[in-house]
Design a protein around this ligand. Structure first.
Ligand SMILES: [Zn+2]
Length: 227
């Protein structure tokens, strides 16, 4: 690699040919079409990708692969801050609804005083609290007038969301009034089943819970059919 055939060749450039840097194997010098002070080397990644890499990035360890290494020992999907991550998209959309007054859905959220709890302005905290978004689910506030925040949100399917909107019903259970979905969770019964008994059939909450505990599985099957 000592042939000064190229005008930008400089003898000060360290010869890195055939050396290994992480997954990179250095093939030969690379001369950018546009003159550059930086020294480039064409490298082959272990995965087969060939591309020029700046010498300092190789030597100082700034680049150790074409990016495939990062993709393989990648963060859990839920930690990736990208629009391709459903959880991240949910977080962005949630903030938009609450704080971007020029967004159409702001009317139903921010304008009504719905906020994102301070803890959830931190994406990492939001991700830890909610976990990955199951396919076909979206974030739902349990108390429809409450904020987005820990304790007031869960992942719901469309069926569950519609049910919740239709009833936005508060039931009295064990002397306390609470949203139907909170009652279902506290009592450990299926939400949609409870909804059908209380809202559709007018059965009192405590009686509905008792029946669901007795015949839980049958109602869960029915709920599954509806989804
Ligand atoms: Zn690679």
């Amino acid at each position: 690699m000592d042939t000064p055939e190229h005008p930008t060749f400089t003898h000060r450039a360290r010869d890195l040919e055939n050396q290994r840097f992480g997954k990179w194997t250095v093939l030969h010098r690379y001369y950018p079409q546009v003159k550059s002070k930086a020294t480039y080397w064409t490298c082959r990644c272990d995965c087969g990708t060939v591309k020029p890499v700046m010498a300092p990035a190789l030597v100082k360890g700034g680049s150790t692969s074409c990016g495939c290494a990062r993709r393989t020992n990648k963060l859990p999907q839920s930690k990736v801050r990208s629009q391709e991550n459903p959880l991240y998209r949910t977080w962005m959309t949630m903030k938009t609804r609450c704080y971007n007054s020029s967004h159409p859905s702001y009317k139903a959220y921010g304008a009504r005083g719905i906020k994102v709890a301070p803890e959830w302005h931190d994406y990492a905290r939001f991700a830890a609290d909610m976990g990955e978004r199951p396919t076909g689910h979206s974030i739902e506030r349990i108390d429809n007038n409450g904020d987005y925040g820990p304790g007031n949100c869960h992942w719901a399917t469309r069926v569950e969301q519609c049910s919740n909107r239709r009833n936005s019903r508060v039931v009295l259970l064990e002397g306390r009034s609470m949203p139907l979905s909170v009652a279902a969770r506290e009592q450990g019964v299926d939400y949609l089943s409870l909804y059908m008994l209380v809202v559709k059939r007018g059965i009192e909450a405590h009686e509905a819970v008792r029946r669901l505990r007795e015949k839980g599985s049958r109602f869960r099957e029915r709920a599954a059919e509806l989804k």
